[in-house]
Design a protein around this ligand. Structure first.
Ligand code: 13P
Length: 287
């Protein structure tokens, strides 16, 4: 059964570790992430962007697949199914389809409008026992056509949104989606510290988990980050392993063209990436 992300993140914040949100794209992704979380006895959040939602034929298809897989694979660790960077309308659709958690990304609106829309979703998700992530200060880089400049959030605005009663708060601290450029100055820990001082017990979310050095991840967790999103790194690992298989001519030998064989190395590579992140984030054996 899917659960809200509230309890797992409250425990993570108290226990000084972070729960990974791994974005899914298809059946192989979902299976790899669920199996790895189960093997490591870790809570996990499956992230779905609106673009990935369309790709997988709509939110109801995803809810059906994930619920079926939880039962079919005998998954017992807490799993939240979460809309990533949702619009207001997208959040409502996911709620209707059976997601257990949604993110409303109102960071591109003026703060008053972000507050109004977030407030409405606090009410709706609250009535249904679902978790809600809000965002202040856009995350840089491009994700599914959504381009953010990578700003540092205003701690006062973070407090205004946190006080609305959201479950978790994503705040820009110089992080960006996708690969980091060579001249990236790193995370702004001063900003993170100021946000944490203002928002207290609120679990903070770090987007753009791909390529952030381990030491910075650990420091971010020390400063109140309890959820870390990873997407691109699984895609890169999957692509590299698939490329290796094809370049070695394995699809041409025997039944190597069978999708169950062709996609196996990529699926194993996703598992290895998720395993490494769960270890780094400290959520193993916290289910
Ligand atoms: P990366 O693709 O950089 O890992 O970011 C993932 C993310 O933040 C999803 O919201």
């Amino acid at each position: 059964m899917l659960v809200s992300a509230k309890e797992m993140l409250t425990k993570a914040k108290e226990g000084h570790y972070a729960v990974g949100q791994f974005n899914i794209n298809n059946l192989e992704w979902t299976k790899a992430i669920l199996q790895t979380a189960q093997e490591m006895n870790s809570p996990v959040i499956l992230g779905v962007s609106e673009g990935a939602g369309k790709y997988m034929c709509g939110y109801k298809t995803i809810v059906g697949m994930v619920n079926g897989m939880i039962e079919g694979l005998g998954i017992t660790v807490p799993v939240a199914l979460h809309l990533d960077h949702g619009s207001y309308e997208g959040a409502l659709k996911c709620i209707e389809a059976g997601f257990s958690s949604v993110m409303f990304d109102g960071s591109h609106y003026p703060i008053e409008e972000n507050i109004e829309k977030t407030k409405e979703l606090v009410r709706i998700t609250g009535e249904l026992g679902l978790s809600l992530e809000a965002e202040v200060g856009s995350i840089g880089g491009e994700e599914d056509g959504v381009v953010g400049a990578g700003e540092c959030a205003d701690p006062e605005e973070c407090k205004m949104i946190a006080d609305l009663g959201v479950t978790m708060l994503a705040a820009g601290i110089g992080n960006i989606h996708g690969k980091y450029p060579a001249n990236w100055p790193g995370l702004s820990f001063d900003t993170l510290d100021a946000i944490q001082q203002k928002t207290g017990a609120m679990p903070l979310v770090l987007h753009g988990g791909t390529g952030i050095p381990a030491e910075m991840i650990k420091k971010a967790i020390d400063l109140g980050v309890s959820k870390i999103n990873v997407n691109t790194e699984c895609q890169l690992a999957f692509a590299a392993a698939t490329r290796e298989y094809v370049e070695a001519g394995k699809d041409l030998s025997g039944k190597g063209f069978d999708p169950r064989k062709l996609l196996a190395p990529g699926t194993e590579a996703i598992k290895a990436t998720v395993r490494e992140k769960i270890e780094l984030f400290g959520s193993a054996n916290k289910a």
